[in-house]
Design a binder for this molecule. Structure first.
Ligand SMILES: *Cc1c(COP(=O)(O)O)cnc(C)c1O
Length: 401
């Protein structure tokens, strides 16, 4: 998409607006697919929580993605997008037995991450095959909030509790058909990932009738210039060899599964905002935009640095700006960032706004959540309307004084 295309979207649908480029998602999917072409059976389940718009789910499914879901509502979204239950995996954390049963009733693959619920589920439904989430206690992942594989993490069944897990399986007669790990987002080091995979292989050997091994996700994408990204091609090459060797020894052609979110959609998204005010103080030049962390919380929540471009004046002389939002508390998108000269009214594009961006948006400060647009085949398609005042009050029940 050119700057002109983006400006046209902002013109047509207003600001702020999220724009997703379908061809970027397709290219990322193809990269993954190619990296693991040496494995006979591969399945990529897109992590719905990254960006859960129905049209995006449909698009990714059309490429061949299944869906990885973490709530019963995400299961329902995936089904509504036309993804068959057999292509959906439900990987929640700490949900009730009732929610798991509801998902199982819809026919999706269940993934259980604690022994208590595993025992209850297995006792009541020994006939339903279940995947188990193992915690290999390997520290991977960038920010501490998104590292989920370490020793005191709430996720997964500890590798040290596998004997207990096996006893539950034996007592209930349930069938474990898959094992899973997800060590956290933003994996920098392939060797750490491969090390965790070895632990998973060791665990897999102890289950006699698996259908798949799910290696989770956490592939890192570059956010700013100079950022390292997970080398998918190298990971593909190394893990393919190891996986095929494992299957040979195991005596069965298993499916290799992944559940990428960020990798598939992050770079496809741009968030367009307009600059309301340029405020020059004694020390800083602020560019105050018509949005805030209610629409894009990653900079405030994870210290994420989204590259910001002034698409109204891309060739202008670069100056330093602090880009801030309108929320009435600290609301900083970028500190003293070099951006080509900004005039009030200019449109800024935040890069990497596909993953964990709209899906984490809220109505804080009683603002409307933005519109979403899909760029497909050189044309823009509205895939979510901007909210209106009616949406804000829709579920409120006015108390009669
Ligand atoms: C969030 C999540 C993912 C996706 O992680 P990314 O870093 O976006 O690729 C995959 N699996 C599970 C279980 C998750 O919770």
């Amino acid at each position: 998409m050119t700057h002109q295309d983006l400006l046209a979207v902002a013109q047509e649908f207003g600001n702020p607006v999220y724009v997703y480029n379908a061809s970027t998602m397709e290219a990322q999917y193809k990269r993954l697919d190619k990296a693991f072409k040496g494995v006979k059976k591969v399945k990529f389940h897109y992590a719905v929580k990254a960006l859960s718009n129905l049209s995006v789910l449909k698009l990714l499914h059309s490429f061949g993605c299944g869906m990885d879901t973490v709530s019963i509502q995400e299961v329902q979204l995936a089904l509504q997008a036309g993804v068959p239950a057999k292509d959906i995996i439900f990987t929640p954390n700490g949900v009730s037995l009732e929610e798991l049963e509801a998902a199982a009733k819809l026919g999706v693959q269940i993934n259980i991450d604690n022994l208590s619920i595993l025992e209850q589920f297995g006792t009541r439904h020994p006939e339903i095959p279940v995947c188990v989430r193992i915690n290999p206690h390997v520290m991977a992942g960038g920010n501490t909030n998104i590292s989920v594989g370490h020793i005191d993490s709430k996720f997964g069944i500890s590798i040290h509790q596998v004997p207990l897990l096996l006893r539950i399986v034996e007592n209930t007669g349930m069938h474990i058909n898959g094992i899973h790990m997800h060590t956290g987002s933003d994996i920098l080091d392939i060797d750490v990932f491969l090390y965790a995979s070895e632990i998973l292989f060791e665990t897999a050997k102890r289950f006699t009738n698996l259908d798949f091994i799910d290696f989770g996700s956490g592939f890192k994408v570059p956010y700013k210039t100079g950022d390292i990204e997970t080398n998918i091609e190298e990971l593909g090459e190394k893990l393919t060899t190891r996986f095929n060797e494992f299957c040979k020894n195991y005596g069965k052609e298993l499916t290799l599964a992944f559940e990428p979110g960020k990798f598939l959609v992050s770079e496809a998204g741009k968030f367009l905002v307009q600059v309301n005010v340029i405020k020059q103080t004694t020390s800083t030049v602020f560019a105050q935009v018509d949005s805030g962390f209610n629409h894009l919380i990653r900079p405030m929540l994870y210290n994420a640095q989204h590259h910001i471009e002034n698409i109204s004046n891309p060739a202008g002389k670069e100056r330093f700006y602090s880009v801030v939002g309108y929320i009435c508390e600290t609301d900083t998108f970028a500190n003293n960032r070099r951006i080509s000269e900004i005039t009030e009214g200019d449109v800024l594009a935040f890069h990497n706004a596909g993953a964990y961006s709209f899906s984490m948006a809220s109505n804080y400060n009683s603002r409307f959540r933005p519109a979403e647009v899909l760029w497909y085949d050189g044309k823009s398609h509205l895939i979510r309307k901007r909210e209106t005042f009616e949406d804000l009050v829709a579920n409120q029940v006015e108390f009669q004084l």
